[in-house]
Design a binder for this molecule. Structure first.
Ligand code: ZN
Length: 326
């Protein structure tokens, strides 16, 4: 039994319309699902991904407008950077010019030890990175044909995440002993130690870096912060086995929850980051035609009878000149 790498990342926005505009028009992702937070139906839950939102390509947002005045406080116990995969250096040059044209805050191209990358932020300060995967790692996604970004430059999914914690060992233990990640690299930079883990195929799509910062303040989730990170498992049988394994390790874990597009279990690792394991299926075309994903508000069956009330409680999302309209 082995995890298949990263499944999705879920973060916080406070402005759904601006969020849709950035992730579709600027980053060229497809809005594959527009639904509500099952635990708070007054909030949108927006899903972006490749042409059908394949597992490993999804970035999702809870829209929590009440956090508009509460920016995320970076610190220990959070996903501190989310890395997105693009094909190569030529694509990175193309994105640099695009970000310049569109006024997207970015660091300029940096040459890392393993990869060439570009750090940038979305309009709410979400910490993101484009990284040239050079065709390595787990199978990447397929960018949407109707994206404003040419397919050969397109984002092909999640590459890696950085977790910042105060103490390396407990988080490393969960990744290694409980979840089966392999330690593949380590380096020390001043006060902070950074250890790289991979699972399954290894490389982009499967990488978790743990950054130890003993003196970091605890993070406080807000606008532009990450809520949780999810890992992939192929089916319900392995999902149940993972749940049992996590439970036996002494970590508290939720029962399996049906999210309709996949099924989920959640647990908090000792460094403070919320982890999820999600099934690869059934996927986003389960309640909509693949040609029309994300165009209307999708509701799981148990909320369908409340559609009128739920729609009345949501601000319509209108994106000028966008690829996604409400
Ligand atoms: Zn999730």
């Amino acid at each position: 039994m082995e995890l298949g790498g990263l499944h999705h990342m879920t973060a916080v926005t406070t402005n759904a319309a601006e969020n849709v505009a950035f992730y579709t028009d600027v980053l060229g992702l497809r809005l594959v699902k527009k639904t509500v937070n099952q635990d708070d139906v007054s909030a949108y839950h927006l899903f972006y991904g490749d042409e059908v939102g394949n597992p490993g390509t999804e970035i999702t947002f809870f829209d929590w407008p009440h956090l508009r005045v509460a920016p995320n406080h970076p610190g220990a116990g959070e996903v501190s950077t989310t890395e997105l995969r693009i094909p190569d250096r030529a694509a990175l040059d193309w994105w640099t010019a695009r970000f310049q044209d569109l006024g997207v805050d970015n660091s300029g191209i940096e040459e890392g030890k393993d990869r060439t990358y570009l750090d940038f932020t979305d309009p709410e300060g979400q910490r993101l990175r484009l990284s040239a995967d050079e065709g390595e790692g787990a199978q990447g996604g397929v960018p949407w044909e109707e994206s404003p970004v040419p397919r050969e430059m397109g984002i092909r999914g999640l590459g890696a995440v950085d977790l910042t914690v105060r103490e390396l060992e407990p988080t490393a233990w969960v990744l290694n002993e409980v979840l089966g990640f392999r330690k593949v690299g380590e380096r020390t930079n001043g006060e902070s130690q950074r250890v790289t883990f991979e699972v399954g195929a290894g490389g982009p799509g499967t990488t978790v870096r743990v950054v130890e910062k003993p003196d970091a303040p605890w993070t406080h989730l807000g606008r532009g912060g990450v809520h949780h990170i999810a890992f992939r498992t192929p089916d319900d049988e392995e999902h149940a086995a993972w749940r049992e394994r996590i439970r036996r390790s002494g970590l508290g874990v939720t029962p399996q929850i049906d999210r309709y597009y996949f099924r989920s279990i959640y647990f908090r690792e000792p460094g403070g980051v919320l982890f999820e394991i999600a099934t690869d299926g059934p996927g986003f075309a389960t309640d909509e035609d693949a040609a029309h994903l994300g165009e209307r508000l999708s509701l799981p069956p148990f909320l369908e009878e409340r559609r009128e009330e739920i729609e009345a409680g949501l601000d319509p999302i209108t994106v000028e000149g966008g690829t996604a309209r409400s």
